[in-house]
Design a protein around this ligand. Structure first.
Ligand code: MV4
Length: 496
């Protein structure tokens, strides 16, 4: 593979190109008119404008992108996440045109893209699943009977679903029909497929997912777990690896179950298997994502594996260069997603110009971003500005480094989720890992906590500063720099 085209934009396009360059592979960027001046366009060896800003007229034009590959003698396409990454038709067309898709087969994408089909595919592999139906329901009385057997509350889910669309909680039998109608019509309008099924509703679950990679020779390994429970409207906000709530014995069982899911669909490439985990640490298969995910860096940080390099190696037909036994968890990693959204105003997108944009630096800090100071955040795409990732020898150090990095980050011109992330990672239930997917709903009802939090912190810092000042007066020879640490600094760092 000598030249790859990155069918994506922003931070992930840059991220992929960096690994390609390390492998001496030439890179081709495609870009929309809105991204003409973006860093990923400049970073590529070649760049081609594919169309006007809307995704449907640019980044989603599969045929045009394949034609560009042919014109420029491209050997492989890396899709990143979103856009065409899980479009099996596109993968088939690219393959037919003689271009290697850096990702799984169209068949795997198709099987795992539909939840009922996925459930059917993993049958026979002993994968734990939430009690429910394994087929689409249409007959209301029959469905009600099943719901009674499972026990309320139940959840109606769209088979083609994703991002929580077409999902309805049903508390009791009386609501059943109404919620069913809603779920079906939402599924039809969102996915053009009205198939729905029933599951027992797990009320306070954790979202735990397993990163894996498989080659085309039948080798599958898991790169441990990520905890992604802190979400807002199905948008992840904070991710970490490994999960602090998963004991090693369970980690192994979940990892092996994830590999079995991959095995069931003859998977190759990088992929992620999502599980729900209930209060008793029972885990249940939810779905498989057949792409590289936004939060993949935390898995890279704890394993030392470059997932993009491995994806490319697998696409070249190589065997994985490591086995399960070679992999170990090294320390702990956190990622916070920084969006151009206003947490004080219901997270409304706040696009505009990045007047100031200065990244944090230092040990254990990684920033994956795609914009620079002075640039406008385009209105046409996801408003994520950056992923801020930290790594430490343990969870405490990763959190401490995240606090420091958030404090160093300077962004003006747009509102961001930075202080919301800071609030979350310093929350008691985050520190003790007792949170679940309801964290934002339960603990972020009033955005003034962001300001109170800062006020409190500043007050306490001011008190410590005053105390230190008093100390200095009383004991001017305080042994700072002689092996002792200034109390002021110690206290400050605990707060920050
Ligand atoms: C569930 C559930 C509770 N019980 N299934 C949300 C998106 C979709 N991928 C699956 N989802 C859920 N499925 C049962 N049987 C709760 C959720 C859920 C959720 C899951 C993971 C992360 C965040 C979530 C937020 C709300 C609901």
């Amino acid at each position: 593979m000598n030249k790859i085209l990155i069918a994506n934009r922003g931070e992930i396009a840059l991220r992929v190109m960096r690994s390609a360059k390390e492998m001496n592979i030439k890179t081709v960027a495609i870009y929309s008119e809105a991204d003409r001046n973006a860093p990923f366009v400049r970073y590529a060896d070649e760049a081609v404008c594919v169309g006007p800003p809307p995704s449907a007229e640019s980044y989603l034009l599969g045929d045009k992108i394949i034609q560009i590959c042919k014109d420029l003698n491209v050997d492989g396409i890396h899709p990143g996440y979103g856009f065409l990454s899980e479009n099996s038709e596109f993968v088939q067309k690219a393959t037919d045109a003689g271009i290697t898709f850096i990702g799984p087969s169209p068949k795997s994408i198709e099987l795992m893209g539909d939840k009922l089909m996925a459930k059917d595919t993993v049958k026979g592999y002993n994968i734990p699943m939430v009690p429910g139906t394994d087929h689409a329901i249409s007959d209301i009385p029959a469905a009600k009977k099943i719901a009674q057997e499972i026990g309320f509350p139940i959840l109606i889910k769209a088979s083609a679903g994703g991002g929580g669309k077409g999902m309805r909680v049903v508390e009791n039998e009386e609501e059943f029909e109404e919620q069913m109608d809603r779920a079906v019509s939402e599924a039809i309008s969102s996915f053009g497929n009205g198939e729905v099924f029933i599951e027992k509703y797990v009320g306070s679950p954790k979202h735990i997912e397993i990163q894996l990679i498989a080659d085309t020779h039948g080798n599958i390994v898991y790169l441990f777990d990520r905890e992604c429970s802190i979400q807002r409207r199905h948008q992840k906000v904070i991710e970490e690896a490994p999960s602090a709530s998963v004991p090693d014995e369970l980690r192994k069982r979940m990892g092996e179950a994830a590999c079995d899911v991959a095995r069931s669909c003859d998977y190759y490439g990088a992929g992620t298997v999502e599980f729900l985990m209930d209060e008793n640490k029972n885990f249940y298969f939810l779905e498989m994502n057949t792409r590289l995910q936004v939060e993949h860096p935390v898995s890279e940080m704890i394993t030392g594996i470059d997932l993009v390099k491995e994806q490319i190696n697998v696409a070249r037909g190589e065997k994985l260069s490591f086995t399960q036994e070679d992999l170990n968890i090294n320390g702990h990693s956190l990622e916070v997603r920084i969006y151009a959204e206003n947490p004080r105003n219901n997270f409304l997108p706040d696009i505009g110009k990045l007047v100031t944009y200065q990244r944090p630096q230092g040990n254990g800090v990684r920033v994956d971003d795609g914009l620079e100071e002075g640039m406008d955040i385009p209105i046409y795409y996801d408003p994520m500005i950056a992923k801020l990732i930290t790594h430490g020898k343990n969870r405490e150090e990763a959190i401490q480094r995240m606090n420091k990095a958030i404090n160093e980050y300077q962004i003006t011109g747009v509102e961001t989720t930075l202080d919301f992330c800071k609030y979350a990672i310093n929350h008691e239930v985050f520190k003790d890992s007792s949170f679940d997917t309801n964290f934002v709903k339960n603990y972020f009802t009033d955005p003034s906590v962001l300001d109170n939090h800062n006020e409190e912190e500043e007050k306490v810092a001011a008190i410590f500063a005053a105390l230190e000042f008093e100390n200095q007066k009383k004991a001017p020879t305080l042994a700072v720099g002689k092996g002792k640490v200034s109390q002021w600094k110690t206290n400050r760092s605990q707060l920050n």
